[in-house]
Design a protein around this ligand. Structure first.
Ligand SMILES: Nc1ncnc2c1ncn2[C@@H]1O[C@H](COP(=O)(O)OP(=O)(O)OP(=O)(O)O)[C@@H](O)[C@H]1O
Length: 257
């Protein structure tokens, strides 16, 4: 069943065309990742799917039950954790809110204040706030980018499990090639307003970064992102090959300080 359908999408800001001729179909339960250099319109596409931005041309069909998790948790500091999770929902949503907190490993945190949480915990609250709305479409705008490398890996694992259980259609915007290959059923590279490459990732879960097939996917995507093997650095776009890792020679990666 199709969850999202985009046809002939075009979006410009003033004289600058950001997205041009985008066609996209995402199935229910599919995990779709969007990679691309900085400023190529990834967030704009996500905002259009969220209904926060209107296209200039084309059609966009997206389910009404959709929710976004951003890079920063965006919690209301004056409300306790459970109230943040159920913000805007009827009082009867309290139990579902507690269940969502338990699902993200935050049982017993309902009465805590946001200021007392670590960055990873706060981001898990944001995830619970999304889950409790039972989204048909989950929009993830670099949700792990501000986390330390270890927390990021744990969060990726958690999101993979939650999405496998709840089966929303997911659109993940990321700069992290490994994250995309680890999580997605399909990865698209956005360049100069349109899709430069579309790559299905048909690897079984859990995915191992050292698996030759994983490395092959990573190398191909990096080449489409303009990362030249052996450069030892990421391009100006800020694209990374993994958590705290930059591309070295083909298939080899080194940690950055
Ligand atoms: N409201 C706006 N008004 C004018 N220009 C905008 C607006 N929103 C985005 N843009 C421009 O559109 C282009 C695409 O922005 P967008 O945030 O979608 O890129 P991105 O691929 O998500 O970038 P990044 O990876 O750096 O987050 C940029 O040049 C940006 O300056």
């Amino acid at each position: 069943m199709t969850a999202v359908r985009i046809e002939g999408l075009r979006k410009a800001f003033g004289a600058k065309t950001v997205l041009d001729g985008i066609d996209l179909e995402i199935r229910r339960g599919e995990f779709f990742a969007l990679l691309g250099p900085s400023g190529t319109g990834k967030t704009t596409l996500l905002r259009i799917l969220a209904g926060l931005e209107l296209p200039d041309a084309g059609t966009v069909l997206a389910p009404p039950r959709r929710t976004t998790v951003y890079q920063e948790p965006r919690l209301v500091q004056a409300r306790r954790v459970l109230a943040n999770v159920t913000l805007g929902l009827p009082r009867s949503a309290g139990d579902a809110g507690l269940a969502a907190l338990a699902e993200v490993g935050l049982e017993g945190y309902g009465t805590a204040w946001p200021a007392t949480l670590s960055g990873g915990e706060a981001q898990r609250v944001a995830l619970a706030r999304a889950l409790v709305r039972d989204p048909e479409l989950l929009l993830l705008d670099e949700p792990f980018a501000a986390l330390d490398a270890l927390t990021r890996l744990q969060m990726q694992e958690m999101v993979a499990e939650l999405c496998a259980r709840h089966r929303p259609a997911v659109v993940l915007v990321t700069h992290d090639v490994d994250e995309a290959v680890r999580l997605a059923d399909r990865v698209v590279v956005l360049r100069e307003g349109s899709f430069a490459v579309e790559q299905p990732i048909d690897l079984p879960a859990p995915r191992d970064r050292d698996d030759p097939a994983f490395i092959a996917h990573r190398s191909l995507l990096l080449s489409h992102l303009g990362v030249t093997p052996g450069s030892g650095v990421t391009p100006r776009s800020g694209v990374t090959a993994g958590s705290g890792v930059t591309a070295g020679s083909a298939g080899e990666y080194r940690h950055t300080p």
